[in-house]
Design a protein around this ligand. Sequence first.
Ligand SMILES: Nc1ncnc2c1ncn2[C@@H]1O[C@H](COP(=O)(O)OP(=O)(O)OP(=O)(O)O)[C@@H](O)[C@H]1O
Length: 278
Amino acid sequence: MQVEGVDRKLGAARERTAAGEPVIAVEDLSLTFDTGDGPVYALSKVNLTVNEGDFVSFIGPSGCGKTTLLRVIADLERQTSGSIKVNGLTPEQARLGRHYGYVFQAPALYPWRTIERNVMLPLEVMGFPAAERRERAARNLELVNLKGFEKKFPWQLSGGMQQRASIARALSFDPKLMLMDEPFGALDEIVRDKLNDQLLHLWRTTRKTVVFVTHSIPEAVYLSTKIVVMSPRPGRIIDIIDCDFPRDRTLDIRETPEFLEVAHRVRDGLRAGHSYDD
Ligand SMILES: Nc1ncnc2c1ncn2[C@@H]1O[C@H](COP(=O)(O)OP(=O)(O)OP(=O)(O)O)[C@@H](O)[C@H]1O
């Protein structure tokens, strides 16, 4: 009965999303962690709308609440006050309905499973038949340029390749929304540039909505249609910047005055956020 209820609501949510409802709608959302050392005000009065097809980056210094906000969207944390809807549903309903794929900071692959079997894992849990599991794993590994590595184990792949495999896993059940928590943070700049290009290509061709956490200003400006600048103590949004570059952008745009202007505005926002600490 409960599943039927969720399914009915999911159907209704899809219709509303098709009619232009935001994919994510956050209103006046705050989250305080109660710790032994007293309360930690991780998020304060956050308001945010993510529309279908957006690529939204959260940027800000360590501890400003980027991961916490992503985890609230994914129903891995619950807000203290305020509201949040994902495709018109509560985060719990969206999680149960598999509305999003989540990519963690570290690849988090099972070392005893081959790459293919890691990618197939969510499909096994969801009860997809074996032939479809294999077909989807092959398709998504090709999408992240890992064709030919299906039978390798994670330790046989570089860090960048492992992160691509975890993206393939998050894509395996074809969610329209991807939540990505600093997926390329641990990689060197050249590998990161390459993966940024591949991610942009994937976003353009699959028309997904992406919410992406990063510390890097160039990465945020290069990838995003919208940049959410955050600052700590308490974590809050201090600027939301629209990035109107063409969707088929290439790395050369990083040299253009328009790019540098947006980067400058992000940097100004980050500096202004820090001054709250003084
Ligand atoms: N489970 C928790 N219990 C207590 N405090 C927490 C918990 N999770 C996060 N925090 C605190 O909440 C604040 C926001 O943390 P969060 O991890 O969201 O920041 P962040 O911007 O993602 O940081 P980073 O860039 O370093 O990953 C920090 O002060 C952090 O210490």
